[in-house]
Design a protein around this ligand. Structure first.
Ligand code: ATP
Length: 525
C-alpha cells in the first residue's frame, strides 16, 4: 500500500467514526424524545380517563340521585360511625318493615314496599336483563349497511352510534330503561324507543316479552311518541273466583258492621269491604255486559243477611230487566221493573225520607239505624235503562228522585247503589252524586276516567283490559284509596240467592205494598 492509499484509509476511517458518533448521538436524542412523548401520552391518557370517569360518575349521581345519596349515606355512616351501628340500624329498620308488612300489607306497600320493589327490579332485573330480552324479541336496531367508521387515536377508539364494530360484528341500539314502577300485581317499565322503532313493534312483541320475563301477560302503553310502558303482570291473586260470605246460622246471633260489609277480595289477598251506610255508601258500579255487576250487588247483601233478616236493613230493588233481582224477589221490600213502578219505589222511599227528616230534625245529625228506622238500601240495576233509554218525563222524574236520595239520604239512613253498563254522563246524569264507584270490565279506556275520575287510567286502573273470563274483577279508587286497587267481588251462585231469600223471608222480612199514585194523589192499593 502506498502513502496515498494509507492516507485515504485514515480519512475514510475518521469520517466513518464521526458518522457513527453522530448517529449514536442522534439515536439517543430521539430515544429521549420518544420517552418524553410516551410519558406525556401516558399521563394524558390517565388524566383523560380520570376526567371521563368523573364526568360519568357525575352523570350517574345526577340521574340516579336517590341511589347515589343512599350509597353515599351508607359509606359515610360506615366511615364515621362504624359498621356495628350501621348494621344495628339497618337490622332495626328491616325488622320494623317486616312487622309493618305483616300487620298491614296495603299501607306498607303503598308507602314503602312498592318503591323498594321498583328500585330492586329496576337495577337487578330490568336494567340488566331487559336489553337482552328486547334484542331477543327483535326490538333492537342493528344497521349492517353502514360503513365501518372507527377512529383510533391516542385517547381511545371512537365509533358512530350505529356502525359495524371493528371486529366485523354489527353495533346494536337497544331502547333504554327510563324508570320502573311496581304495583301489587304489575310492573310498569318505561323505555325510550330508538330511531327506527315504533310503539306498534312493541305491541307485536308483547307475548314474546311476557315469555322472556316469565310472566303470563305483558301489555304495551304508548306514553309519548318515543316512550312506551311495558307492563308485566307478575302475579294475579284474583285469578280464581272468590267465594261470597256464608249465610249465618239461623240460631246464631250475627252482628253485622254495616260500615264494612264483606264484598270480595283485593289484589293483596285481603278482604274487600264496602260500606252499606255512612260516608261513601252510595255506590255506582259500571261494567260491560257480563262484567259481574250483580256479584257486587249480591255479595254485600249475603254478608248483611242477618241484618236484613232482623229488619235493621231493608232492601228495595229496581230491576228494569226484570230478571236479576226477580230471582231473589222476596229479599226486596219494594220492587219495581218498568218506569212507573220504579217511580213508585222511589216515591215511597222519598216519603220515608221526608218523614224521617221531620221526625229527627233538630234532634240528631244522623238517624240511628234500628228496626224502627232501618237502613233503606236501594239496589238500582241497569240504571241507564231508566235514566236514558226511556221517555223524557219518566227519565226526569227518576233522575230527580235519585238525586234527592243520593244527596240527602246518607244521614237519614238511605243508600242508593246503582249499576250501569255505559257510564257516560248522558246515560247517568247523576253519576257524580255517587261518592263510591267501582269500575269492572269496560269496553273503552275513556270509561275508566268517567267512572273513577281523571287520571285513574294513568295510575293503573286498566279496567278496559280485564279479560272476559275475569267476571267480578274491577278497580276502586278514591275515598281513602290512594292508588287504584284491583278487587274481585265474591261470586254468589243462584242457590245462594235462593238460600238468602229463604233466610231473609223466614225471619219475617216483609214486602211493602206500595201505594198507587195517580197524578200526585195517593190511593191505597
Ligand atoms: N264475582 C264473580 N266471580 C266469578 N264469576 C262471576 C262473578 N260475577 C259474575 N260472574 C260470571 O259472569 C256472569 C255474568 O255476571 P253478571 O250477570 O253479574 O254480569 P252483569 O255485569 O250483571 O251483566 P249484565 O249487565 O249483562 O246483566 C255470571 O253468570 C257468572 O258466570
Amino acid at each position: 500500500m502506498n502513502t496515498n492509499g494509507l492516507g485515504f484509509l485514515l480519512v475514510g476511517g475518521g469520517v466513518l467514526g464521526v458518522v457513527v458518533w453522530l448517529l449514536h448521538k442522534l439515536g439517543r436524542a430521539l430515544a429521549t424524545i420518544a420517552e418524553v412523548l410516551a410519558a406525556a401520552a401516558v399521563v394524558f391518557i390517565a388524566l383523560w380517563s380520570a376526567v371521563k370517569l368523573l364526568a360519568w360518575l357525575g352523570k350517574q349521581v345526577f340521574t340516579h340521585w336517590r341511589t347515589s345519596l343512599g350509597v353515599l349515606a351508607v359509606v359515610a355512616w360506615w366511615q364515621w360511625l362504624g359498621w356495628p351501628s350501621l348494621a344495628i340500624t339497618v337490622g332495626s329498620v328491616a325488622v320494623v318493615l317486616v312487622v309493618w308488612r305483616l300487620l298491614d300489607v296495603v299501607s306498607f306497600d303503598r308507602c314503602c314496599g312498592r318503591f323498594l320493589r321498583a328500585w330492586w327490579l329496576r337495577w337487578f332485573t330490568y336494567a340488566r336483563k331487559l336489553p337482552g330480552w328486547l334484542h331477543a324479541c327483535g326490538l333492537s336496531i342493528s344497521d349492517g349497511t353502514m360503513p365501518v367508521e372507527v377512529t383510533v387515536n391516542l385517547v381511545g377508539r371512537r365509533r358512530k352510534a350505529v356502525s359495524r364494530t371493528a371486529g366485523g360484528g354489527t353495533a346494536v341500539q337497544v331502547p333504554r330503561v327510563l324508570g320502573v314502577k311496581s304495583g301489587p300485581s304489575w310492573d310498569e317499565v318505561r323505555v325510550r324507543l330508538v330511531p327506527g322503532q315504533k310503539p306498534e313493534d312493541f305491541d307485536d312483541a308483547a307475548r314474546a316479552l311476557a315469555v322472556a320475563r316469565k310472566v303470563t301477560r305483558c301489555q304495551v302503553r304508548e306514553l309519548e311518541p318515543n316512550v312506551v310502558s311495558l307492563d308485566f303482570q307478575r302475579r294475579d291473586l284474583l285469578k280464581a273466583p272468590v267465594d261470597c260470605a256464608e249465610l249465618p246460622d239461623l240460631a246464631a246471633v250475627n252482628p253485622v258492621d254495616l260500615r264494612r260489609v264483606f264484598t270480595g277480595r283485593t289484589e293483596y289477598g285481603q278482604n274487600w269491604r264496602l260500606p252499606l251506610t255512612g260516608p261513601g255508601a252510595h255506590m255506582l258500579v259500571a261494567g260491560a255486559t257480563g262484567a259481574g255487576k250483580n256479584s257486587v250487588m249480591w255479595s254485600p247483601l249475603v254478608s248483611a243477611a242477618s241484618a236484613i233478616r232482623a229488619g235493621t236493613v231493608r232492601v228495595s230493588g229496581i230491576d228494569p230487566k226484570g230478571m236479576e233481582l226477580a230471582y231473589g224477589r222476596g229479599i226486596f221490600a219494594r220492587y219495581g221493573v218498568a218506569g212507573k213502578e220504579a217511580i213508585e219505589v222511589l216515591d215511597d222511599l222519598l216519603d220515608g225520607l221526608e218523614s224521617r227528616k221531620r221526625e229527627f230534625a233538630g234532634r240528631t245529625r244522623e238517624v240511628p239505624i234500628s228496626t224502627d228506622y232501618p237502613l233503606e238500601v236501594l239496589e238500582f240495576d241497569e240504571i241507564g235503562a231508566l235514566t236514558k233509554y226511556t221517555d223524557r218525563k219518566t227519565r226526569e222524574a227518576i233522575v230527580e228522585r235519585v238525586a234527592i236520595l243520593t244527596t240527602q239520604g246518607r244521614a237519614l239512613g238511605y243508600t242508593v247503589r246503582g249499576y250501569v253498563q255505559e257510564p257516560t254522563k248522558d246515560t247517568v246524569p247523576v253519576r257524580e252524586l255517587f261518592p263510591r264507584r267501582v269500575c269492572l270490565r269496560v269496553t273503552s279506556k275513556t270509561h275508566v276516567g268517567m267512572v273513577l275520575g281523571d287520571g285513574a287510567y294513568e295510575r293503573g286502573a286498566w279496567a278496559n283490559r280485564i279479560e272476559e273470563s275475569a267476571a267480578g274483577v274491577g278497580y276502586i279508587w278514591g275515598e281513602g284509596i290512594r292508588e287504584p286497587l284491583r278487587v274481585r267481588a265474591g261470586w254468589v251462585p243462584d242457590e245462594t240467592v235462593k238460600a238468602l231469600e229463604t233466610y231473609v223471608t223466614n225471619g219475617g222480612a216483609h214486602v211493602i205494598d206500595l201505594p198507587v199514585r195517580h197524578g200526585g194523589e195517593e190511593v191505597a192499593a
